[in-house]
Structures are given as structure tokens and as C-alpha cells.
Design a protein around this ligand. Structure first.
Ligand SMILES: [Zn+2]
Length: 435
């Protein structure tokens, strides 16, 4: 049974601020309509016997209300005496998008057992590029305004900018295994250079994957941005996709830790591929990372964005993770959660709010140009990013970028160029609101 508290949270979140009591209600009881200025009529989505079953899934094609797709209820609005009655169940629609609800019922997954855009309603119904939850908020604001309930205008601009980097490997050659692997590949005819190996041995700063100084140089172009490196802390060799497992005790890692401190960068947990299928590993990985870096770790992003179950979010909350930055589809950019604004995780199994804040991810670089994913040309990729940033800006959302240190090894390469151009575009938009 859904609580009044949760419905209020959803309505306030859509609008972007806490509404006074008596403005918006959620009831099918006509006798109660007069207590509110605006009423949403529940569609039955949360009813016992419907919730959690196949019959709770939205009927497709989706209805549209004032040009906005509605997942539940009817796209009808009418007056009942002085109360505006909305038959579109926007609280349930927002809930569906913000909680990964469809993953409870939809079995389709990709090769990594991730729920991907290919199986998602947002892609199928053609609204992944639209922050529907935020659009619902605009509709509610408009209706309230027409009813004489005036709110300060909705803020625009970026509420926060996170520039984040997942460190899947710290260096290529500055450790014995990396060196041996490099020489082996060269002997087998690979196109790596033995001079790169030697240079890396002389100084880790010369390693082709140690691009952190370059990344920081770019990140500083947005002085207000928070920079975070997500570090792996998997147990040895649990899963091939977690290789290489770097040793957190080495001088190289400790040097990197000092580099992060000097540059006021945060450290987050890059939860392992294995933990994405086994949430019990999260707590030990967090502890291992905290011991190695001598820092409190409260942020997380899953390696491969691999969170196979909505239960993972509860496991993160239980392990003391306060902020998660995983939530985007690996195979397509857009608004996986229906918004780019941060919100408290709602567990769709218990219908309760948790202490975990979800920061929807805006862009992972490889989503755009990798042949496995969108496979775009450079010009298309930057265009997609600009359109996404415009939407985030319009709705006062957060920018969360993910660029790997290994994708910018060639500073003239496409991903390096894309990063520079993306930061440049964000900076220009951001200045518009600052001035
Ligand atoms: Zn990773």
C-alpha cells in the first residue's frame, strides 16, 4: 500500500519544491476533492492485486496529455466545483520511472545481464531523450498557476556538475603483470610500443593510461564542478570482467591517492562487475577501499554500470553508500530515471524511501561512439550531448559525466576532443546563469 508520505514526496519532487498542504491531493473519493485545489485520481497502479503484476504495466501506445506521454490513468482533466481533477496518474508514472519498476517484471537483459535501453519502455515509446518526470512538474506548475496557486518560477541552470572518472586500470605497464602482458602482445605481433613500456617503468606519469593530470587540467575549466574518481576494490579474480585487479597497497596507488588529495578530488567506490550480480560483496569492497585510501567512501558507481537488480540499491544504502552515480543505460544516452535531478531512492519492493541519493548519469563517453552501443560519428555524438545538456539546463538538473582515463590516451583522439568540447559547451551554458 502506497503511503501519503511517498505520494507527497513524488508530487513535491516533480514540482521541485515542497507544496503547501491542501494544494494537491491523490484520491478517487469525490467527497475529498473539495479539500484540494488539484487532485490526481489514482489509476489503480498501486492497488493490491495489481501492483507487482503484469497488469500493472503501462498500456501501449501511451496516451498523451498536452503533448506529454502519460503512463497510467486517462489523459483527461476537468473541474469538479473549484477543484481541478486530473485523471492522468502522474505520481504513479513518476514512480514507475524513478524506481526501475519495470525491471521487476521485464525479463529482457543484455549480455552482461543488465537491463538495457533495448528492453525499456522509454526507448520503445520514444521518450528516452525527454525528462518526463520534470515535464510532469511543468504541467503541475502550470495547472496550479491557473488555479491561483502561484509558485516562484522554476529555476534553470545546472544545479551541480560532477566530472567523474572510473579507474578500471591505473596504468598499463607500471606493474609487472602489465609489462609482461605488453611484451607478450608485442612478440605476438601486436601494435604496442616497447618504448611505452620502458617509459612507464621510469615514471608512472609517462604511462599511456595515466592520463589523470590531463583529465584534471580539463576538469579545472569548470571550477565549480566536483571531480570524483571511482576506484575498484574487488577481491582477487572473482570475475574476468573485473580484471585487472589492482593492488590497493602499492606505491602507485598511494601516489594516486596523494594526487587526488592535492587536487581536491573525491574518491568513490567502483563496485565490481561481480558485485553487480551479488550485492553481498558491496560492504567488503567499500571497507577495503576505505582502508587503502584512509578516507570515508560514500559514493558509488558500478563497473560496467552493472546493477542487475533493484535490490542493489537497497544493498548500497544498507552498506552506508549515500550517493550512487550508476543510473544510465550503457547502450543509449538519455533520461533513464525520467529526470536529471537527484532524488532519494524509493525501494519499489517495500515502497519506502531510503537514505540513498540517486544522481542520474548524463553521459558515459563510450555509450556514444562505441560500436557495441550507439556507434555515432563525432559530429552526431557532440550534437546528442548538446541536446541532452540543454534539457538538463532547462530543468535545473545535475550534469554527471563519465570519462575513463583510458579513453583519452591520445589527446588528439575523438574521446579527448569530445570531452573538451562537452566541457566547453557546459561552461558556456553555465556562465549564462552565473552572470
Ligand atoms: Zn569500470
Amino acid at each position: 500500500m502506497v503511503s501519503n508520505e511517498l505520494i507527497s514526496y513524488l508530487i513535491d519532487f516533480m514540482v521541485g519544491e515542497a507544496l503547501p498542504e491542501g494544494w494537491v491531493g491523490y484520491t478517487a473519493n469525490e467527497e475529498d476533492f473539495a479539500h484540494y485545489r488539484l487532485v490526481f485520481v489514482p489509476s489503480g497502479f498501486f492497488h493490491e492485486g495489481t501492483y507487482g503484476t503484469a497488469s500493472s504495466m503501462p498500456a501501449e501506445p501511451l496516451a498523451q496529455l498536452e503533448g506529454v506521454p502519460v503512463l497510467f490513468g486517462k489523459p483527461e482533466v476537468c473541474m469538479y466545483h473549484d477543484t481541478l481533477v486530473v485523471h492522468a496518474d502522474l505520481p504513479a508514472s513518476a514512480f514507475f520511472l524513478m524506481t526501475r519498476y519495470e525491471e521487476l517484471l521485464q525479463a529482457g537483459r543484455d549480455v552482461h545481464n543488465r537491463f538495457d535501453a533495448q528492453h525499456a519502455l522509454a526507448k520503445r515509446a520514444g521518450f528516452l531523450h525527454r525528462p518526463l518526470v520534470d515535464e510532469y512538474g511543468t504541467l503541475i506548475r502550470k495547472w496550479l498557476d491557473e488555479l491561483g496557486c502561484h509558485l516562484a518560477s522554476a529555476p534553470r541552470g545546472f544545479s551541480k556538475i560532477y566530472l567523474t572518472h572510473d579507474v578500471d586500470t591505473l596504468d598499463y605497464y607500471h606493474h609487472l603483470r602489465g609489462t609482461l602482458g605488453g611484451f607478450k602482445r608485442i612478440l605476438m605481433g601486436g601494435n604496442e610500443k616497447w618504448t611505452d613500456i620502458l617509459k612507464s617503468w621510469a615514471d608512472i606519469n609517462n604511462d599511456i593510461a595515466y592520463t589523470f593530470p590531463w583529465l584534471i587540467e580539463q576538469d579545472r575549466k569548470l571550477p565549480e564542478a566536483e571531480v570524483c574518481f571511482f576506484m575498484k576494490a574487488a577481491d582477487k579474480e572473482r570475475n574476468p570482467y573485473d580484471r585487472p585487479v589492482y593492488d590497493l597497497q602499492t606505491e602507485s596507488l598511494q601516489g594516486f591517492n596523494a594526487f587526488c588529495t592535492e587536487n581536491t578530488c573525491k574518491i568513490g567506490l567502483h563496485a565490481s562487475y561481480a558485485s553487480g550480480g551479488n550485492a553481498t560483496l558491496i560492504a567488503e569492497e567499500k571497507k577495503r577501499l576505505e582502508e587503502a585510501f584512509q578516507k570515508n567512501v560514500t559514493a558509488n558507481r558500478y563497473h560496467y554500470l552493472r546493477t542487475c537488480s533493484v535490490d542493489d540499491m537497497q544493498a548500497l544504502a544498507d552498506a552506508g553508500i549515500m550517493d550512487d552515480f550508476t543510473m544510465a543505460f550503457a547502450d543509449r544516452i538519455g533520461f533513464r530515471m525520467g529526470t536529471s535531478r537527484p532524488f532519494k531512492w524509493i525501494n519499489p519492493k517495500t515502497l519506502s524511501l531510503t537514505n540513498l541519493t540517486i544522481h542520474p548519469m548524463s553521459v558515459m563517453e563510450c555509450t556514444l561512439m562505441s560500436p557495441n552501443y550507439m556507434n555515432l560519428q563525432y559530429s552526431q555524438a557532440i550534437e546528442q550531448i548538446k541536446q541532452l545538456m540543454d534539457k538538463i539546463y532547462q530543468y535545473n538538473g545535475e550534469v554527471v559525466l563519465l570519462w575513463h582515463n583510458t579513453s583519452v590516451m591520445d589527446p588528439q583522439g575523438d574521446y579527448a576532443r569530445l570531452y573538451i568540447d562537452t566541457l566547453d559547451y557546459i561552461g558556456k551554458l553555465h556562465e549564462m546563469i552565473v552572470q
